[in-house]
Design a binder for this molecule. Structure first.
Ligand SMILES: Cc1cc2nc3c(=O)[nH]c(=O)nc-3n(C[C@H](O)[C@H](O)[C@H](O)COP(=O)(O)OP(=O)(O)OC[C@H]3O[C@@H](n4cnc5c(N)ncnc54)[C@H](O)[C@@H]3O)c2cc1C
Length: 636
């Protein structure tokens, strides 16, 4: 460890102390599950992003009692508060790292997906990027049979959940920010722009716009159209420029409500049912693996434990695929083959390279040069401006298939319309006609956006912070599964088997191959050539220019593709039951009264965007549905 890294850690240590002292987290919070009321109106499993939004909205009525059970703890350090530290949040105590089974399609490699495990969930530890999907991404949800979940049905909830604090004229002039405030409202989730950009970002922007011809959008890609380059805000409140998480936005301001209990360091082991009605949950203390305590839900149990743990809880509760439950001697309460299926995430093409002649003002410098770091720290503490207001970056490019290749018609015909979806589903789907039918329908709907070039099939993010590009799938068509293999309910100990199934579908392979070629075009642009890029992985020796698609595919499978960008979703999908769906458009679990899912599991098809903004909107809509103030299609 370098001397300057040690110095920074000391800094964080001191700062943690100040932060903890000035913070009052945990007021109104319970840690002992034996002190709960015996009955609440609603019991929510998971105090992450969606769980806290729903808890806040339900307890607006003082006569409604809510218990939130959260596996994790509060975090009150600068590490999660200051945007700069979003780059270093690999702290296992705040996250689950869920390993995958070896992936035969990816050289038998294993991977892990990061999930928030704290009060606020992913919103406390994420990269702070605020992105929205396209109008057609959400319209696809509606088209899959979920009336009211299209763009027009969700836009009011994007507005209800979020606020944007627009940059000053000086910052617009300094950084060329473009945005539109139209898609935001005055909601609790705060977004703002940093008062810093790393100089290299402008060469990178020029490479994409001047050399490769993509336009910079003037609207920040929040109004339903995504294609092109856009500036996006970070999830931070504007006064102190600290992270706006679900905990800060939705829990802290209302934590003294006497009708709301948040129980931390405990987990929901299962949902109890009687005559196909959810009656409550069994809760276990995480540290002592205590005896189970039953808590009754007079009205509903709401699952908000995220896309890995919600299917785990459902399966442990006897709600899931019969053959799995029988194998584990779990009494079948409801046969739902879709529980744990339809897993997907934005895969990541991890090509790496270095710049031999980067701009002298760069992120490595901030990390390693104590003078620069101390000056930046002082500036942040005094004015809340400067390099520490910068998280992981504010620029992204979304590309359609026609943006990527002139052969888009042929590719769509041969690799999307022309293939039998059944040939590319996980083995688990076989002999389950509803799962195949759902996948067929998903592919058909996605293929229209692909064919007409209106949908994003690839997302690229850069920041100028360093040489790195995030190169992610926009509309992955490969699907995976999340299935328990033990009856141990401890979410941190007995993680379900995750099989992401990435690059099973030939369309995904094609997009990945095209992404390698595009990154090489970018590296060869005069704007990037100035920085003297040297590709490290796969490198020209590993993959010479002019390699065939088959050779590129081999390198992708064996070396470059990681299935995850920390956006797991889809494992309790909102779709008709005939499509292998788990919840209906009211988010109610099929066949069980009084049980809903509100987290990222319900996403049937992933939008071409990081998920937090979408999940705030979904949770706001979920709360209105639970309160009964609207029907899914918005009727009051
Ligand atoms: C490292 C990381 C980086 C990310 N970067 C970005 C980004 O830059 N931009 C963006 O838009 N999105 C990003 N995301 C994604 C985004 O944060 C998530 O999509 C979002 O938080 C999902 O919300 P959720 O409510 O479904 O689940 P979560 O927020 O994960 O909440 C689930 C909660 O349930 C708890 N839990 C699990 N099991 C149990 C149980 N049995 N009992 C009780 N509690 C339980 C967990 O501890 C967790 O707190 C990132 C996520 C991570 C993890």
């Amino acid at each position: 460890m370098s001397a300057s890294t040690k110095r920074q850690i000391r800094f964080i240590g001191l700062a943690c102390f100040t932060w903890i002292v000035s913070s009052v987290s945990g007021l109104g919070t319970l840690r002992d599950h034996t002190t709960l009321r015996p009955t609440y109106d609603y019991v929510i499993a998971g105090g992450g992003l969606t769980g806290l939004v729903v808890a806040n909205r339900l307890t607006e009525d003082p006569n409604t009692t809510v218990l939130v059970v959260e596996y994790g703890e509060f975090d009150d350090t600068w590490n999660t508060a200051i945007p700069y530290y979003a780059n270093f949040l690999q702290n296992d105590t705040l996250m689950f790292k869920v390993p995958s089974v070896p992936q035969p399609l990816l050289g038998n490699r294993t991977f892990s997906v990061s999930i928030g495990a704290n009060v606020g969930g992913g919103s406390t530890v994420n990269g702070m990027a605020v992105e929205r999907g396209a109008r057609e991404d959400y319209n696809a949800w509606e088209e899959l049979g979920n009336s009211g979940w299209g763009w027009d049905g969700l836009l009011p909830y994007f507005r209800k959940s979020s606020s944007i604090h627009t940059p000053s004229e000086a910052d617009i002039a300094a950084f060329n920010y473009t945005y539109s405030a139209d898609g935001y409202g005055t909601g609790p989730f705060q977004t703002t722009f940093p008062t810093w950009q790393w100089p290299d970002v402008y060469d990178m922007n020029d490479a994409w716009t001047k050399h490769l011809g993509f336009e910079i959008r003037s609207d920040g890609a929040t109004d339903g159209e995504l294609l092109g380059v856009s500036w996006k805000p970070i999830s931070a409140e504007p006064r102190n420029v600290t992270r706006s998480s679900a905990r800060k936005a939705y829990y802290d301001p209302i934590r003294n409500r006497t009708n709301l209990d948040l129980l931390v360091r405990n987990f929901v082991a299962k949902v109890t049912t009687e005559n196909a009605k959810a009656t409550g949950v069994e809760v276990i203390a995480r540290d002592t693996a205590s005896a189970k305590v039953f808590v009754r839900a007079a009205k509903e149990v709401i699952l908000a434990a995220g896309a890995i743990h919600t299917p785990q809880i459902l399966q442990l509760s006897g709600i899931g695929p019969t053959e799995l439950l029988e194998r584990l001697n779990i009494t079948v309460v409801q046969d739902l083959p879709g529980v744990g299926a339809n897993f997907h995430d934005h895969w990541n093409n991890k090509m790496t390279y270095t710049f031999k002649t980067p701009n002298a003002v760069n992120f490595e410098n901030l990390k390693n040069n104590a003078t620069f770091f101390n000056a930046s720290w002082a500036e942040y503490m005094a004015n809340r401006t400067g390099p520490l207001t910068f998280a992981q970056g504010n620029t992204r490019l979304v590309l359609s298939l026609p943006n990527l290749t002139a052969d888009y018609e042929e590719i769509t015909q041969t690799l999307v319309y022309g293939v039998n979806p059944e040939d590319y589903v996980p083995d688990y789907y076989r002999e389950k006609p509803e799962m195949i039918e759902g996948f067929r329908s998903q592919t058909f709907i996605a293929s229209r956006a692909i064919a007409y070039g209106t949908g994003g099939v690839l997302g690229i993010k850069w920041s100028g912070r360093d040489n790195h590009l995030y190169v992610n799938a926009g509309k992955p068509l490969s699907r995976g599964t999340v299935m328990i293999n033990s009856t141990n309910p401890h979410p941190g100990e007995a993680l379900p088997l995750l099989d992401p199934g990435t690059l099973a579908h030939p369309f995904d392979v094609k997009v990945a191959v095209l992404s390698v070629k595009l990154v090489r075009q970018y590296l060869a642009s005069p704007e990037i050539a100035k920085l003297t890029p040297v590709e490290l992985a796969p490198g020209l020796a590993g993959l010479p220019d002019g390699s065939s698609d088959a050779e590129i595919e081999k390198v992708l499978r064996n070396q470059l593709i990681d299935p995850h960008t920390a956006h797991p979703c889809g494992t309790a999908a909102m779709m008709p039951q005939g499509y292998g769906g788990v919840v209906d458009a009211d988010l109610k679990v099929y066949g069980i009264e009084g049980l809903r899912v509100v987290d990222a599991s319900i996403i049937p098809l992933i939008p071409t965007a990081a998920l937090q903004a979408t999940m705030y909107a979904v949770a706001e809509k979920a709360a209105d549905l639970i309160k009964g103030v609207v029907t899914p299609n918005g009727a009051g």
